[in-house]
Ligand binder design. Structure first.
Ligand SMILES: Nc1nc2c(ncn2[C@@H]2O[C@H](COP(=O)(O)OP(=O)(O)OP(=O)(O)O)[C@@H](O)[C@H]2O)c(=O)[nH]1
Length: 283
């Protein structure tokens, strides 16, 4: 199944981002550390044109550290400065500020060479829904500015916030929607809770994630649900989880929807451990 956004919505979001971008010297592109490529927006590159950008891999506390390191090497090989952060870690926020300051300074030095008076560099945060844009803006601003929600699509409507004396940040982020030409992108984003659950059937999302875990994180599946490599059949796996966790209907049959719901809840809340659902192309 492929997911379609309304083309009108996407075009409007792109126009809005392009408008705001005119004001910014550089961009912080936020991606989810658990699916760093799928949570990038393919349109961003042509929207950005020549603007410098840094990538901030959000939610690293929920991702697999080994794969996060691989992604950081991948972005570095591509010549993009990237950092991985847990938004609730103060040292990580300092690293965001330092990386942004360096990127901004490079841009301002170029202006100085052209004889233009230096001023604080201006940054804008861009990312797909629910990636953590508002939370990061608030941490950088050191106060509550943007609306935060744990459901996609909460950020609404700007001024410049001074981030220490290092740079200025636009108080509203740019939202670009993910694109699902590859249905795997849709499944990865649904698994980590970035797209609305209504877009794909929950049982399909759970089946996708269980299959991925069987291949890459079998120990975590076994530890919580007793699912071993002998469990080959997805039906069998759902029944096992359902019986073990009491996801039953009144007649004692396993309720598949409940199983999918509790599994996805366990996964998103980190109860199944830290995981990443996408590896860099070369690995
Ligand atoms: N564990 C963890 N959670 C995070 C991190 N960053 C953000 N979150 C959570 O992710 C959820 C979404 O964050 P928001 O800041 O609302 O995301 P947004 O990108 O502004 O979302 P929209 O308004 O939908 O565009 C919230 O529940 C945050 O607490 C992080 O580094 N680690």
């Amino acid at each position: 199944m492929s997911i379609q956004w309304f083309p009108g919505h996407m075009a409007k979001a792109k126009r809005e981002v392009e408008e705001k971008l005119k004001l910014a010297d550089f961009v912080m592109e936020l991606v989810d550390a658990r699916a760093p490529m799928s949570s990038q927006n393919p349109m961003l590159q042509d929207v950005l044109q020549q603007k410098p950008k840094m990538i901030v891999m959000m939610k690293k506390d929920l991702a697999d550290d080994k794969i996060t390191d691989k992604w950081l090497r991948h972005f570095s090989d591509e010549g993009v400065s990237a950092i991985a952060i847990d938004v609730n870690n103060k040292a990580d926020i300092k690293r965001v500020i330092q990386t942004a300051k360096d990127l901004g300074r490079a841009k301002m030095d170029k202006l100085k060479e052209k004889g233009i008076n230096p001023r604080p560099a201006r940054a804008m945060i861009i990312g797909i829904p629910n990636v953590g844009k508002s939370t990061l803006i608030n941490r950088l601003a050191n106060k509550k500015i943007a609306q935060i929600g744990d459901k996609p699509g909460v950020t609404k409507k700007q001024q410049w916030i001074k981030v220490k004396n290092d740079f200025e940040l636009l108080d509203t982020p740019g939202i670009l929607w993910p694109k699902f030409e590859d249905e795997m992108v849709g499944y990865r984003l649904a698994t980590i809770g970035t797209i609305k659950d209504q877009l794909l059937p929950l049982e399909d999302i759970a089946a996708f994630a269980i299959k991925y875990m069987k291949e890459y994180y079998p120990a975590q599946l076994e530890e919580r649900y007793g699912i071993t490599p002998e469990h080959i059949d997805m039906w069998d796996i759902f029944v096992s989880i359902g019986k073990q966790r009491g996801a039953l209907e009144s007649g004692g049959n396993v309720n598949f929807e409940k199983v999918a719901d509790l599994f996805i809840h366990d996964l998103r809340s980190g109860k199944l451990g830290d995981m990443t659902f996408e590896t860099p192309p070369e690995s």
